[in-house]
Design a protein around this ligand. Sequence first.
Ligand SMILES: CC1=C(CCC(=O)O)c2cc3nc(cc4[nH]c(cc5[nH]c(cc1n2)c(C)c5CCC(=O)O)c(CCC(=O)O)c4C)C(CCC(=O)O)=C3C
Ligand SMILES: [Fe+2]
Length: 381
Amino acid sequence: MPTTPRSDLASPYDALLLYSFGGPNKAEDVVPFLRNVTAGKGIPDSRLEEVGEHYYGFGGKSPINEQNLALQAALEAELAERGIDLPVVWGNRNWEPYTDDAVTELENLGAERAVALVTSAYSSYSGCRQYREDLAVTLDKRGQLGEDGSTTVEFDKIRSYFNHPGFVQANVDAVLDGFAALEAKGGSPADATLVFVTHSIPDTMEAASRISQATYSEQHLDVAAVIAERVGAVRGHEVTWELAYCSRSGPPSQPWLEPDVNDLLTERAGEGLRDVVMAPIGFVSDHMEVAYDLDTEAMETATELGLTAVRAGTVGTRAPFVAGLVDLLLERAAIARGEAVEEATVGSLPPFRSVCEVDCCLRRDGEPSGVPALCGVDLRR
Ligand SMILES: CC1=C(CCC(=O)O)c2cc3nc(cc4[nH]c(cc5[nH]c(cc1n2)c(C)c5CCC(=O)O)c(CCC(=O)O)c4C)C(CCC(=O)O)=C3C
Ligand SMILES: [Fe+2]
């Protein structure tokens, strides 16, 4: 029986683009980084100063870049282990190595078709479309985006993976470790509430995320239910859980997803809650939102309220997550080759689209962005 040579498993791709947000490496980087992030977004100066202080509190260095390097190394090791010969190129939307640097590196490698893996598991403007737009805009600035959407290096994208078994299992493992840590801290795990935490987004962005098959918050609620159930099954007791949000910005007049994690802890403590495990399922690694908004601010709130609280880990480079990402890459390659593939999921939502719909995940409901986006049908002939 003929077998596919292992190095052909990733065909038609000749590179993987690990595509992330980026963050500052030192104090002098903070202001230019924030300018990159917020260009044209209407974030008040007061919020920017506040966020700048969060970074300066850590010497101006976000943990995100080192974590992406670790993920890149873990992906390379997993690919090598499976005999898949595919370079992994790292690029960021908002800091070095920029998208433009990554495209140059892909060209230097002779790549003609790359597949993008974004470091955001959920679908919304911030977690999906904005990455696709930045790719298109970067290629356009380089004079490499044709009227018909053709590009010198062609890009596809791996689907939003919040409901992929690897991401979910890695979160289950992290939450189980969190419950063990709570017990070690003298807390009472059987009475604890599991508070899942994710990045808040404006209500308008939430509404516009509907086109991607379920809204941003619905994606979180679905996967949270699965994680809580699996954790409960292993621990042998029911797990009470809730979803809370962090890192709100924008003007106060603009509604964003709530409850804020600090408000939720305050309210539940008033109702008698004593023990809490916070699980940042909205983030794939411990970047600044986790280091500041959870480990610093929410932990301080919990301490003031007299709660016994622990923060569970993020998926980071946990083995089920990394193996799952490589499974997703092979799945995407098979789809690109036109083969029938089973797209594994857990929970009640379908696998999200590998090729985004026209106007998928706009910034505001009903308002086309006017910005081209790759990896969707928008520009495809
Ligand atoms: C959904 C989502 C994710 C998760 C998906 C993903 O991972 O992509 C995410 C990730 C991140 N957000 C980050 C940093 C920032 N986000 C900001 C602003 C905003 N984020 C938003 C949403 C999200 N953001 C939104 C709706 C805004 C308002 C402006 C806008 O409408 O776009 C601002 C401006 C100041 C402020 O407003 O806080 C900063 C500095 C970092 C880097 C952290 C580090 O350095 O370690 C990371 C990974
Ligand atoms: Fe953000």
